[in-house]
Design a protein around this ligand. Structure first.
Ligand code: PMV
Length: 327
């Protein structure tokens, strides 16, 4: 009998969401802020028990407190995507008799906001079982586990969430190839929770249907998105944050043209730009979810987050283009 723990964080997409599903480049940024993480503790409860699962979804943004809604607690059957991870890893451990496992998953990553919550949960479960079973999984094996769970949940997933929820640095995915892009100047991303959820699966399916109905539209979108993402990468590498910001806003307009934004996300983008952001956009699947905004310094990011909370009642996290450890 033993126990294992694992953790993973949320992510946002700076440029290239949706296009990445078709192999075009996309740039993701981890959001390892406190309160945007999934944590798992698991143990063998003893022989004869079936898998037990308890998920605590924390209210977004901050640890539980007296003025916040209570956490949402789910007990019972493990969700399909996570079940896949558990049975694959128990099989991999080559245990003669499959024992039961008790899993406690606590997540502050709000689901269905474009923050990669399903990938963060699957990754935290994978790490915890790896720890419990002593598998010493390679990072590729962990990715495969998380990605198979993502495919079960989303149908078609590019893999960018499975990668970024385990990375401390920005992640570039292009044509199935992963790399770490250069960051020439520090910058801060304010992640704004619009408060409304959306299904990535539905957004991806909606776009696929729309491309099928309008010949040529897919190629036009992919060309435009690729050009913006590559331009954004050059701006980021050269430390030209104002230019990077304009690319983000252009990307929002491109996605808006495809019907992926909502009145709420459009108005939060406008509010962020009016409030001094260098650029702002929806992030992830769209049809609601999160908006991100770029600020040059931490005080500017904090001021923007405070303004958005005060005037729009939205919760925000901040995350950094260059991580502390890299200095
Ligand atoms: O909404 P999220 O956090 O699952 O981000 C999805 C990003 C997409 O490009 C829309 C889908 C994908 O698999 O890359």
């Amino acid at each position: 009998p033993g126990s294992g723990t694992g953790t993973a964080h949320g992510k946002v997409i700076l440029l290239g969401e949706h296009a990445v599903v078709y192999g075009a480049p996309a740039l993701a940024l981890p959001v390892p802020s406190l309160g945007c993480r999934a944590r798992v503790a698991c143990r063998f409860p003893g022989e004869g028990r079936v898998v037990g699962f308890r998920m605590v979804q924390l209210p977004p943004g901050v640890p539980s407190g007296p003025f916040l809604p209570p956490p949402h607690i789910t007990e019972g059957p493990i969700p399909e995507g996570l079940h896949m991870v558990v049975s694959a890893l128990l099989r991999r451990a080559e245990l003669q008799v499959l024992p039961g496992v008790d899993i406690l998953l606590e997540s502050g990553v709000p689901p269905a906001r474009g923050l990669g919550s399903s990938a963060a949960c699957a990754r935290a479960v994978t790490h915890a079982l790896d720890d419990l079973l002593g598998l010493q999984l390679s990072s590729e094996a962990v990715f495969e586990c998380v990605q198979s769970s993502e495919t079960a949940v989303h149908g078609q997933a590019s893999g960018i969430d499975a990668l970024a929820t385990g990375s401390r640095r920005p992640v570039l995915l292009a044509g199935g190839h992963v790399s770490t892009p250069a960051v020439g100047a520090d910058g801060w991303i304010v992640v704004v929770d619009s408060g409304s959820g959306a299904s990535t699966k539905e957004a991806v399916a909606m776009l696929r249907d729309s491309f099928a109905a309008h010949p040529g539209s897919r190629e036009r979108f992919l060309d435009h998105s690729t050009a913006l993402t590559l331009a954004g990468l050059r701006s980021m590498a050269g430390g030209r944050l104002a230019e990077l910001g304009r690319r983000l806003t252009d990307c929002h307009q491109l996605l808006a043209g495809l019907g992926l934004t909502t009145e709420r996300t459009d108005s939060l983008v406008d509010a962020a730009l009016t409030g001094g952001a260098l650029g702002a956009k929806m992030s992830g699947g769209g049809l609601g979810g999160c908006v991100i905004a770029l600020a040059a310094t931490e005080p500017e990011a904090d001021a923007l987050a405070a303004l958005l909370l005060r005037e729009h009642g939205v919760r925000c996290w901040t995350t950094r283009l260059v991580r502390e450890a890299e200095h």
